[in-house]
Design a binder for this molecule. Sequence first.
Ligand code: RIB
Ligand code: CA
Length: 326
Amino acid sequence: MPVGAFEQRGVVLSTRFILDCDTGSDDAVAIFAAVGHPDLELVAVTTVNGNVALDHVVANTLGALDHVGARVPVYAGADRPFIRPDLPIPREVLNRDSDFQMAGLGFPEAASAVETGTAADFLVGAYLDDAYADVTLVATGPLTNVAVALASEPRLAERIPRLVVMGGAHGNGNVTAAAEFNFWADPEAAQAVLSAGVREVVIVPLDATHSAPLTDADCDAFERIGTPAARGAATLIRHRLDHDQATAERAAPVHDPLCVAYLARPDVVTERVRAFVSVETMGDRTVGELVVDTRPWCPEPPNATVALRASADVYRDFLETALGAG
Ligand code: RIB
Ligand code: CA
């Protein structure tokens, strides 16, 4: 039975979670899967500046939920990093997915609207409410909203039951040799969150996401499923195959849905390590680097589980179930 799922009289109840995201293409696939999987309940979505500017993140998020006919409350969050005035390299210079808008891929303009109130205020209100005591927080963008929420209400560290984060790299980064985008875009937020003492932290870094890449054949399979979620996922993943770190054989990591997969299928993670983790906030060449201290004599107790490898077969099985439902 998946971690966090609850069973009553033999019936597996859904794993309830909030998704904090910076909707680009892989966040959108994560949303499709979160809405569709029978063992998951997406309670709310909070949005953060990241892949694209906040207004586009919000529009992409609303558009993704509209595409699969989901009525899930969406909150607008931080439009800039926690401490810094901007990303370490401004988006327009970095030219990273800066123009990604779902409408540009044939998805309809969003019809729904965001809720009133900020993402951080929603997170604080939710996790101070006992009704959210079992609700996992999944973060697939820069950790700015989570850092702001924890800074304004430190009790959240004890009240968030589990935090699953797509971010970091134990091996190669993607924005720089050392740093992965989510932790690089807001390194102070990442360090603040990972050092806040949240009860259970699971990090899904590039090491895991790159070990389970998706391919054109997977997109063909999703298109054969034929649901709006599956066809939409195929469109978005092919966009990544055309624009991201696709290799010669047309395989690309689709990072964010792997965090959602972990909720329903924790067996998707095949290798992990418990370690004391921290994030570099100062280095010219290493800012945003996830430092995983696996030294046997590390003076600090472990504060996170770091997923090092994932099963592509389990990942595909999860996606086919989740995308086939809606
Ligand atoms: O580095 C990959 C991560 O950065 C993914 O979450 C992607 O959506 C971007 O946010
Ligand atoms: Ca993301």
